[in-house]
Design a protein around this ligand. Sequence first.
Ligand code: GLV
Ligand code: MG
Length: 319
Amino acid sequence: MSETLRPRRSCLAVPGSNPRFLEKAKGLPADQVFLDLEDACAPLVKPEARKNIVAALNEGGWGDKIRVVRVNDWTTHWTYRDVVEVVEGAGANLDCIMLPKVQSADQVVALDILLTQIEKTVGHEVGKIGIEAQIENAQGLIAVDAIAKASPRVETIIFGPADFMASINMKSLVVGEQPPGYDVGDAYHHILMSILMAARANNKQAIDGPYLQIRDADGFRRVASRSAALGFDGKWVLHPDQVGIANEVYAPNQDDYDHAELILDAYEWSTSEAGGKKGSAMLGDEMIDEASRKMALVISAKGRAAGMQRTSTFEPPQS
Ligand code: GLV
Ligand code: MG
């Protein structure tokens, strides 16, 4: 399984039924690609899409992108074939299986068991393939903590807004935007926070779902900035134009990244012998302590994972 801190700022959806899109995705600067066998593939083309996906993974050319395949959910009759064909055919070139519409911890356990059997049969290390769990209905949200805990393979918890809106009868057709008539706050706050809490409590990544108005770059930035502000690690992207925006929005800005690195240096120096073994320190006019260090660690880890370079250095105060 890939490390939890591998960046997933942009997670690009690619329909498995379209070899041209599969080829094009290789060249886009998304942190993750997910090759879709579920809702982007019509039922009649799913068998052919499995073959396209296995071929595209085995051909390579994905750089250091996280390679994920979304299978169909367990209430369909396609899931086991999706998993068996893709993991037997391309398990060596695959990082995770994404399971949509997860309703209970058992559904994650079932996928874990199937993956273990395939890994043993094919001769891969057991546990190599991770799981990404999509929360897309009321049952899934109520069970989200158990879902996050259900297997060590789980790497991400993902919000699926379109299916979720349908599942709770929300009176809107515009995915990601506020439902008309609800004018007292963010209608998604509880859902996003529940997913984020389950992710953080279990050391998983929290990923926001798609924004379907693909020509509205400002709208995408506005909606992405909300979940990024709460602490989400990334968001789905459906169009090449959304990739760069997600990479920017889910990484710290340069000032915050520099500030975080300075806090870490100042705290390390102040708590050292040379700095007087103090439990708190001053960074300019700002008082910093162990809690500030923890906050700085989060920003610094995201910045380092995104390959950012600091533009300032810490100078210990002269006494
Ligand atoms: C994604 O799968 C969604 O339903 O929004
Ligand atoms: Mg969905």
